[in-house]
Design a binder for this molecule. Structure first.
Ligand code: HEM
Length: 486
């Protein structure tokens, strides 16, 4: 029948599944439902249709091949209208503003261009190693700084200051934003009629506006600083914000939009990249055999004495490190619940009706733990990505998993992000033995991937670990190389 909808759990008249869908760790709930109702199921949030996709074939078909219909985002009153003044790329509906902003991203982040950032990635990853040699207990913080420093330089054409004020500010923005955008986080997003209530009955509105002002102050200051440096003519600035100022002559980008475009690169690139590195630390503690195999590969190429730091020049000769990077992106996707897409028109798929204005959630967690596609999906096993007799040159860090999303909304930072992860992980594996922290009885502290944050992105909650240089030679090389370039 034309009116047959995908299956789903029984719902309550009027509100649908509003009170059944948890507001945290939703991907785990979706995975459970998919075992009962199948890979494609439907929920209703107070009359708004939600379609959850748990198999990659369905996501590739709907969000990929039918992307003309599934490339919008569900309207968010709190985070979209009030917090972002409808200008933040990641929440924009499909249309001319989104296309303009994505074109700006594409100019800076397309595969042809990202090769030019390798020096910067090698520089910052050496700093990461040096920071850890200096203060090994702060590895989480160092990995956050590593991720942020790269996108900061790319966005604003200068290095992130050592006092880290800008890093702290963007982390404050992000910690709020990844929760505020989560489906069900704010009642007004489920019941938009609440936006009709006056301010004195809607304290959330003032709260969202305060957040807007905070992030505007930060992002506007940063793009205006770039303009000042351009006007002073002292530097030939090669950065995202400078390109945006140049485009202003031909396009109508207002200051707020420019601030959000550059700021989005800073925030989107920091959170997901740092989170992935933190998941890597956990994987190495839980699966030490994978770490040792990668170290054997590195030592047989570069020698065991730690005299040569691996770099992009070695990427094709380190297939296991390449596969390990992909396995981290699969095993613990940075955005496990996926970013919701939104349909524009009615559609039919596999005999099911999909209404216009359906929120379509590609549950990356379920797809990456689908045993038909990834046998033993909960086990961390880089071997599953080892090129089968083929050469690594023909492989890609962004293919074979769904960590960067789908279709026309697929992550524009995927090429930069995946290479940042590769250089970060490969150098960490070369430099350190990563082991669990010890409790008071000197027994290894047990850690679990279940102990993670919940929001649009997810990362492990900070845990104790020991990072020890693999030899004095490794530590000496890191100090020497850093002294030479810093
Ligand atoms: C390991 C690193 C990264 C991961 C795992 C990741 C993952 C994702 C995912 C899953 C999406 C949603 C795609 C969809 O809607 O289907 C996304 C969107 C986005 N990412 Fe990334 N990302 C990473 C790094 C970056 C970097 C480095 C940047 C920028 C410099 C970036 C900028 C963005 C932007 C702007 C969007 C929104 C795109 C849109 O709505 O059209 N990401 N990312």
């Amino acid at each position: 029948s034309k009116n047959r909808y995908p299956p789903g759990p029984p719902s309550v008249p009027g509100v649908g599944h509003v009170f059944q869908v948890p507001t945290t760790y939703t991907w785990r709930y979706f995975e459970k439902l998919s075992l009962i109702y199948g890979p494609l199921f439907r929920l209703s949030l107070a009359g708004n249709d939600v379609l959850v996709l748990n198999k990659s074939v369905d996501a590739e078909e709907l969000l990929g091949r039918r992307s003309h219909n599934y490339s919008s985002r569900p309207p968010l009153v709190y985070a979209g209208k009030y917090q972002s003044n409808n200008k933040r790329l990641v929440l924009l509906p499909y249309g001319p503003v989104l296309k303009r902003q994505r074109a700006a991203f594409h100019q800076m982040l397309q595969p042809r261009v990202v090769g030019a950032y390798e020096n910067m990635q090698e520089f910052e990853s050496l700093r990461l190693l040096h920071d850890i040699v200096d203060k090994p207990t702060k590895a989480f913080r160092h990995s956050q700084r590593f991720a942020a420093a790269l996108v900061f330089t790319l966005s604003y054409g200068r290095r992130l200051q050592d006092n880290d004020n800008d890093l702290d500010s963007v982390i404050t923005v992000l910690n709020g934003f990844v929760c505020d955008t989560y489906p069900g986080a704010h009642l007004v997003d489920t019941f938009p009629c609440l936006d009709l209530l006056p301010d004195f009955l809607s304290p959330w509105r003032a709260q969202a506006r305060v957040k807007h002002e905070f992030e505007m102050k930060l992002y506007t200051r940063l793009v205006l600083e770039v303009k000042e440096r351009m006007d002073s003519g002292k530097q030939n600035l090669e950065c995202f914000a400078a390109r945006l100022w140049e485009r202003q002559n031909t396009e109508t980008l207002d200051l707020e939009e420019m601030s959000y475009i550059a700021g989005t690169a800073f925030e989107a690139g920091t959170d997901s990249t740092a989170g992935t590195i933190q998941w890597f630390f956990m994987a190495m503690i839980l699966y030490p055999d994978a770490m040792h195999r990668a170290q054997v590969e590195l030592d047989s190429l570069l020698g065991p004495d730690g005299q040569t730091v691996p770099g992009f020049a070695h990427i094709n000769e380190l297939p296991y490190c390449f596969a390990l990077t992909k396995e981290v992106l699969r095993w613990a996707p940075a955005a496990p619940g996926g970013f919701p897409h939104y349909s524009d028109a009615d559609d039919e798929y596999k005999g099911f009706k999909i209404n216009a204005k359906t929120m379509v959630i590609p549950c990356i967690w379920s797809m990456h733990h689908d045993p038909d596609e990834f046998p033993d999906p909960y086990v961390f096993r880089p071997e599953r990505f080892l090129p089968n007799g083929g050469a690594i040159e023909n492989d890609s860090l962004t293919e074979g998993h769904y960590g960067f999303g789908f279709g026309r909304r697929k992550c524009p930072g995927q090429y930069l992000g995946s290479k940042t992860i590769w250089i970060g992980l490969t150098r960490l594996l070369w430099a350190f033995d990563i082991q669990p922290g010890l409790d008071k009885q000197r027994k290894p502290i047990i850690i679990s991937p279940d102990n993670c944050t919940s929001g649009m992105t997810s990362k492990p909650i900070d845990f104790e670990m020991r990072l020890t240089p693999r030899s004095d030679g490794h530590a000496r090389t890191i100090r020497r190389e850093w002294a030479m370039i810093s």
